[in-house]
Ligand binder design. Structure first.
Ligand code: GTP
Ligand code: MG
Length: 500
């Protein structure tokens, strides 16, 4: 700031001395250049602070994950325990490194403190923005920060790979957050009375919306409860569960349960699509482990050639699950990898070919065309393939997942949907909304990062787990029986109904 003031004073005096238009133009340009430079330095500083905080909180996440794995590892073999210890040591090293960088940032900040005005001296939360400015002059420390990020990614992958061998969670456990939220609301609403009346139904619908059942499905489910209330005058919590349960089963029912490999189709080809980061590669890794454990001959096609790390990530899963993989050679395109993979799967008698693709938005027409061309090559080289075209969506994104499913379904001929990350969210109702609105079967659901955390979707199991209110830690509910819906909420609901 001081330097800026100095420049400003110098420029002002120049202005006073300027006696021609050219001089004024030159001075204005110089002023513009200085402001642009200053803005650049500020933005870098802020970016670095954000980056550092992100790295730091990711390390905390890793600590939790490692502790979680360790707690599950009582009956695991020595190799895995060793692997866990190794990861644990790397996380500790990373923590220490980040603490050192933070300390340095703070001491740099302290040194500069006296020269800066109060606001910029120390950023809130103890991370010194002034110190980070100091760090900008020490490129080696910034490089180390970048390395820490890289290390963080590697450790995450190692953890995911170690989790391959851990037993998976039960559906009820995976849906715990959704169940807790839903039943906290329902029990808060019904209170001591243990019965729902006509007046409660709007709030019931709101609770369904809050668990991401979506507008259409929430209305459909609530209308079933309304039928019971109309017939009987009121409805107990058990009665509500029965009404919801039968309607949920009707919505979710599908002729095929889960992902069925048809042995008469060899290789059975599964083509996996979806937007970035939803869990495509992890799902393929989990399937590879499952089929390999069943004694099937599995080939993975690494058709995500967009990022080098994508092939490596799939490679880790291939190695851990003991299956074969076809990777891009140099700059090869996805279609070339697909061509080679299908032919190898046919010629070498593989049972299953799992095709990974790069994440893409359905709006990117060139990327959608690329996806279509990869699929066309698979069909050309192996009649009837792909036998399954799956869309993977991240369940924790709720209504966005529904939107993605709608959009992909209109441009790619999907045979099923995979919904991942249901373990970390209270938005599990999205599973029902996707099936209800698209009528595309849900094939698989993901409840975690381990191989056992991918389950074949079974509507009976899902519905009974979802409606099980035993052993839940209920939250203090915001909705009570005394609370009437706000005028605004009423208008929103009316609009929603009109939209149906
Ligand atoms: N908690 C949880 N995490 C999951 C689940 N499935 C995947 N993940 C995590 O989600 C992150 C992204 O998964 P990826 O498999 O790399 O996603 P992707 O769709 O292949 O991503 P791109 O290739 O970048 O498009 C990883 O950290 C996974 O471990 C799940 O069911 N539960
Ligand atoms: Mg991927």
């Amino acid at each position: 700031m001081e330097e800026l003031n100095k420049y400003y004073i110098e420029l002002s005096s120049l202005f006073l001395r300027a006696d021609s238009l050219t001089q004024i133009i030159a001075i204005v340009s110089a002023l513009g250049l200085i402001i642009a430079l200053w803005a650049f330095v500020r933005s870098r500083t802020r970016g670095t602070a954000g980056h550092m905080n992100r790295v730091s909180s990711s390390v905390e996440d890793l600590r939790v994950k490692v502790a979680d794995l360790a707690s599950k590892s009582e009956n695991l073999n020595v190799d895995i325990l060793d692997e866990l210890k190794r990861i644990d040591a790397r996380v500790s090293g990373l923590e220490q490194h980040i603490a050192e960088v933070k300390e340095l940032a703070l001491s740099e900040g302290a040194k500069k403190k006296t020269n800066l005005d109060g606001k910029t001296a120390l950023a809130s939360g103890g991370l010194a923005s002034a110190g980070l400015e100091g760090l900008l002059n020490r490129p080696s420390k910034l490089e180390q920060l970048e390395k820490s990020s890289q290390e963080l990614k590697e450790i995450s992958q190692d953890i995911a790979a170690t989790a391959v061998v851990l037993p998976g969670v039960e559906t009820g456990e995976g849906l715990k957050k959704t169940r807790s939220k839903l039943f906290s609301g329902l029990k808060g609403l019904v209170g001591e009375r243990n019965s729902f009346s006509e007046q409660d139904l709007e709030a019931v619908e709101e609770l369904m919306l809050g668990s991401d059942f979506g507008v259409q499905t929430s209305a459909r489910l609530t209308s079933k409860v309304r039928d019971v209330v109309t017939n009987q005058g009121s409805c107990t919590l058990e009665g509500l569960k029965t009404a919801l349960g039968s309607e949920l089963k009707t919505i979710l029912d599908a002729p095929v349960k889960g992902l069925e490999i048809q042995t008469d189709k060899k290789p059975f080809v599964v083509f996996v699509t979806g937007v970035n980061g939803v869990g495509k590669t992890t799902t393929i890794g989990k399937l590879a482990t499952r089929y390999s454990n069943q004694g099937r001959k599995v080939l993975l096609a690494a058709c995500d050639t967009f990022r080098a790390a994508a092939g490596e990530q799939l490679g880790v899963w291939a190695e851990r699950s003991g299956v074969e993989i076809e990777q891009a050679d140099g700059e090869e395109k996805p279609a070339t990898v697909a061509f080679r993979s299908v032919n190898r799967a046919v010629n070498e008698n593989f049972d299953v070919l799992l095709v990974d693709t790069a994440g893409r938005l359905h709006t990117k027409q060139n990327l959608m065309r690329e996806l279509e061309s990869v699929r066309a090559i698979i069909s050309r080289e192996c009649e009837g393939a792909p036998h399954e075209t799956l869309l993977v969506v991240d369940g924790s994104t709720g209504q966005n997942a529904l939107q993605q499913a709608k959009e992909f379904n209109s441009s790619v001929n999907l045979s099923g949907v995979v919904i991942t990350k249901l373990d970390g969210t209270a938005k599990g109702g999205i599973v029902v909304a996707i099936k209800d609105e698209l009528n595309v079967p849900i094939r698989l659901v993901g409840f975690g990062e381990g191989a056992g955390d991918l389950k074949d979707f079974d509507s009976e199991d899902f519905v009974s787990a979802l409606l099980d209110d035993q052993g839940l830690e209920l939250e203090a509910s915001a909705t009570t029986n005394d609370e009437k819906p706000s005028e605004h909420a009423k208008i929103r609901r009316k609009r929603r109904r009109q939209a149906l």
